[in-house]
Design a protein around this ligand. Structure first.
Ligand code: HEM
Length: 618
């Protein structure tokens, strides 16, 4: 996989006198002083010293070879954005630099790609220029993190981002025009302090305004400089979200649930910061970005990632694989990884994947924290058994979500048997897992009631009622009971997740919608709930009557019935355990204990599948 740097900049060698072209002052211009060096001026103010790598493809390619970079995705420098100018001037200016970027790329022997810029202050012009650039060969767009006083949650910018998603354009958000500059006149503080805060502001504005809820998941957006201060202060944001209504915003989920909606680059210049970034964002969300060829960029591009102790698979993702996805490229359209430097240091022995590092065994073994003091011998068992249940609940949710997707696809495409087969196959796994879960209670029954009572007092008010995943499983399968949300008030993330599950179609709904789509079920919404129930049961019975034509669907029905049966078995065994350990005592969650739990034995996910049995005749 080639090494790809998604964040670096260029300036053309020359461009027209913009002040004269538009009749206004203070436009950026380039002043060549000596061979290979130039100054960028804004009007008469010195802005930055640059060197020939900015405009000379050969110099870039040589330095890429030196650093082991195969592909650079170049973008303009924010000083060229012109968002505060009349739209027509900013558009014309964008076109000049966008076409220059493509010229540079043509000299890059297939190793230089580009992102365009747009007049973001005018959404129509911005969309038109983006479309033009995508046709011309740009891979996406670089935008500033604000337009004047408007942040990224501004409706016009959201419209533009929708357009980017539709065009398949990758979006790189770059901080610029930093706030508080009057208080940061010295030491490049706008760059070192202002820029990270600007980027954080961009991300937070998008999350809390619900922009990510509205924008399609296919939007590929990346924030420069590791997302600025966002990741380091995510805990603070999360805390505010949970404990202060004003900080809550209008987003559907807690802030940290949006980390899979955007990428960040690796320009953080510190090994521990990179490690934390990857741990927080996930190894699929960080990409090599260098800010080359500016002094505040990485001086040996990619060195930070290569020197890190990240596993080699993660390094490969950061150095190229994630960029291929972000840019919407196929690996075959990219040049081969040429430089041996690109891969050599990634595969050192020291960072080879091991059993332990892959499975995060040390982390896993750190997760048991008994409350009793001195520690009661059996509390470790109590914790481990519950944790094991939660891990299996996670797998069940993972598989059942896939079953829902398969059955939905089966409904949309009734002629294709593959999805039904796949649903049945995964349901078989779910029944086998649940069988293990029923059995597991016996391990806890090795704990004497007196031993449990010795530390039970430490657990209150924690209770099985608060198992978010158990409730998610119920909601996902079709037993949606909004009242149960009250147990999750202390954990807003769980609350929000369960609310989402309540809204989403359940396995029950998707299953019967598929039967409807196949013409096996006609539901008259005007008849009573009981009559609708009977209609669904009759539809199931009709499948069984024609076994020859519906083997695959009958298989799904049988697996669902078995799953239902096993979950009732789970409830029963849990009650037996409860009675064996605490008798008729109240629960730590405040219920009447086993007498309450017995009421849940009548719960079934798919009662129609059971009713169908009554309808069948010899
Ligand atoms: C000594 C062992 C256990 C005792 C004494 C016990 C007790 C109880 C009690 C009394 C309740 C009713 C709610 C309340 O008032 O707190 C309950 C609910 C629950 N427990 Fe347990 N439990 C034990 C082990 C487990 C284990 C190993 C799991 C595995 C995940 C589990 C999962 C649940 C769940 C999911 C609920 C909610 C059930 C529902 O609402 O239908 N419990 N437990």
């Amino acid at each position: 996989m080639p090494v790809i740097d998604i964040h670096n900049h260029f300036f053309p060698r020359e461009w027209p006198d913009l002040a004269a072209r538009y009749g206004t002052s203070n436009w950026p211009r380039i002043k060549h002083n000596e061979p290979g060096k130039a100054e960028i001026m804004v009007g008469d103010r010195f802005f930055r010293q640059i060197y020939s790598a900015c405009w000379d493809a050969d110099v870039r390619l040589q330095e890429m070879d030196r650093d082991g970079v195969d592909v650079q995705v170049v973008s303009a420098t924010p000083v060229l954005f012109a968002y505060d100018r009349p739209i027509e001037h900013a558009l014309d200016c964008a076109q000049l630099f966008n076409d220059s970027a493509l010229e540079l790329c043509t000299q890059g022997k297939g190793r230089l790609k580009s992102l365009c810029q747009v007049p973001l202050q005018g959404v129509d012009a911005a969309c038109r220029e983006l479309s033009r650039c995508m046709k011309a060969g740009h891979l996406g767009v670089q935008i500033g993190n604000h337009v004047g006083e408007k942040n990224l949650d501004d409706p016009a910018i959201i419209t533009f981002l929708h357009h980017c998603a539709d065009e398949g354009a990758a979006v790189l958000v770059h901080p610029w025009d930093m706030f508080g500059q009057l208080r940061m006149p010295k030491y490049m503080m706008p760059w070192t302090v202002g820029m990270p805060a600007e980027t954080q502001l961009g991300i937070v504005a998008m999350i809390l305004s619900g922009a990510f809820d509205k924008l399609p998941r296919k939007l590929r957006i990346c924030f420069a400089h590791g997302g600025g201060s966002f990741v380091f202060l995510l805990g603070r944001l999360q805390n505010a979200w949970q404990h202060h209504p004003v900080a809550h915003g209008v987003c559907e989920l807690p802030p940290k649930e949006y980390l899979d909606r955007f990428y960040v680059d690796s320009a953080v210049f510190d090994l521990r910061a990179l490690k934390y970034l990857v741990e927080t964002m996930g190894p699929d969300r960080v990409m090599l970005g260098s800010d080359y060829p500016f002094p505040l960029g990485e001086h040996r591009v990619g060195e930070l990632i290569r020197r890190s102790e990240l596993p080699s698979v993660t390094k490969s993702r950061l150095l190229g694989e994630n960029a291929v996805k972000f840019l919407g490229l196929s690996a075959s359209t990219l040049p081969d990884a040429k430089s041996p430097r690109a891969n050599e240091p990634i595969h050192t022995k020291a960072d080879q994947l091991t059993y332990s590092s892959y499975l995060r065994v040390p982390d896993l073994l750190q997760l048991q924290h008994p409350q009793s003091s001195p520690q009661h011998h059996d509390e470790l068992l109590f914790i481990i058994v519950h944790q094991t249940y939660e891990l299996w609940f996670k797998e069940l949710l993972h598989d059942l979500d896939a079953v829902v997707r398969n059955l939905r696809d089966a409904g949309e495409n009734p002629e294709s048997p593959d999805e039904v087969y796949e649903a049945a196959r995964l349901l078989r796994r779910c029944t086998e897992i649940t069988r293990v879960l029923v059995e597991q209670f016996t391990i806890l029954e090795t704990m004497l009631p007196t031993h449990f009572l010795a530390f039970r007092g430490k657990l209150e008010p924690a209770s099985g009622f608060q198992s978010e995943q158990f409730r998610e499983l119920e909601f996902l399968c079709g037993l949606k009971d909004e009242k149960m949300l009250r147990y999750h008030k202390p954990t807003p993330e769980a609350y929000a997740q369960l609310e989402r599950r309540l809204r989403e179609p359940s396995l029950h709904e998707v299953f019967f919608e598929a039967l409807q789509a196949m013409g096996k079920l006609q539901i008259d919404k005007n008849v009573s709930a009981r009559e609708q129930f009977e209609a669904r049961a009759r539809a199931v019975a009709s499948l069984y009557r024609d076994e020859h034509s519906h083997r695959d669907w009958i298989d799904v029905c049988e697996r669902l019935t078995e799953f239902d049966e096993l979950v009732v078995g789970w409830r029963l065994r849990h009650i037996q355990l409860v009675e064996r350990v605490i008798g008729a005592r109240m629960g730590t969650g405040g219920s009447a204990g086993s007498s309450y739990l017995k009421l849940t034995l009548d719960k079934k996910f798919f009662p129609e599948l059971w009713q169908a049995r009554t309808l069948l005749t010899e």
